[in-house]
Ligand binder design. Structure first.
Ligand code: NAD
Length: 279
């Protein structure tokens, strides 16, 4: 069994991105990222802090628009318009989830697709589905990068994606399909999850449920990618896979933490630099 070390790979990517950022500086461009953070959800605040720190280290100027959970949808839309028109900002992301009274789709659709570094705008989603260039959501993009770094080619593999959200599972499915894997996608209403995971060469899980994937659910030699982030009652961060018992059966597996998480941030930085290069 070999660990897929997302932390080490993301550190290497960040060094390269810093160089690209410096090359942009020489042309008088400082890559800029605007983040919209609504409310005081602890996890969202932590993620935004991590993104801010990573931007600093890579030479990306970042600005956090912090708003109370009572803010109106109209006000958020106004701020997005302002960011869309700001020539010094290349990327914008809205930290999800948003409070219940805000229509998340409306907010995402207001982002200029050229600044949509999270790849959530329907324009970029459509391009991904069609196999065209565009911004791709950072977490599944990070998974593809991690596979590539370890010379794992999805072509011809039987892949099973568990979790079908717009930001994780669905784009993951499309990226794998575009890379010629045979993809099976499962969700909360899947009748017999084990029947699907057990036959897969590549199992990618992003659900948010501790120990969802157990030893009996994966075949010998499978590649297992754990996107889940969960906090145990003791405050430990774990994924969706019962790592201790599943890992010995795998050819490759991602740890949590240190697997997909750092790759997500590296891909956000990369998308932002890419947007700045297109300025
Ligand atoms: P979500 O709640 O939007 O979607 C969860 C998906 O899992 C849904 O499609 C649902 O149908 C499915 N699901 C729920 N219970 C299931 C079950 N018992 N069996 C099979 N499928 C089931 O969540 P999300 O935003 O997609 O995030 C999923 C997980 O990935 C969370 O733990 C989140 O913290 C994590 N995440 C990690 C990163 C990262 O960088 N590592 C980034 C984004 C999300």
């Amino acid at each position: 069994m070999q660990l897929l070390d997302g932390k080490a790979l993301s550190d290497t990517i960040k060094i390269e991105l810093k160089k690209e950022s410096m090359a942009l500086n020489e042309k008088g461009i400082t890559p800029g990222l605007a983040v919209i953070l609504v409310g005081d959800d602890a996890a969202s605040q932590t993620y935004v802090k991590m993104k801010e720190k990573a931007c600093d280290a890579t030479g990306i100027y970042s600005i956090i628009h912090k708003m109370p959970s009572t803010i109106s949808q109209t006000k958020i839309l106004e701020i997005i318009q302002m960011i869309n028109q700001n020539p010094n900002i290349d990327g914008v992301l809205v930290q999800l989830p948003l409070p219940k009274h805000i229509d998340t789709t409306k907010i995402i659709e207001a982002i200029d697709p050229k600044k949509d570094v999270d790849g959530f705008h329907p324009f970029n989603v459509g391009r991904l589905v069609s196999g065209l260039d565009g911004y791709v959501p950072c977490t599944p993009l990070g998974v593809m990068r991690l596979l590539k770094a370890y010379n794992i080619d999805p072509k011809g593999l039987d892949a099973c994606v568990v979790g079908a959200s717009n930001i994780v599972g669905k784009p993951m499915m499309n990226l794998l399909l575009n890379a010629f894997a045979t993809v099976d996608i499962c969700h909360i209403y899947t009748k017999n999850l084990k029947e699907h995971t057990k036959k897969a060469d590549l199992v990618i899980v992003g659900v948010g449920k501790i120990n969802l994937i157990t030893e009996d659910m994966v075949k010998e030699g499978a590649i297992v990618i754990d996107i889940g982030i969960n906090k145990t009652s003791e405050g430990k961060i774990v994924g969706d896979v019962d790592f201790e018992h599943v890992a010995p059966k795998c050819s490759y597996i991602t740890p949590v933490p240190g697997g997909v998480g750092p790759m997500t941030i590296a891909m956000l930085l990369e998308n932002t630099i890419l947007a700045a290069q297109k300025r």
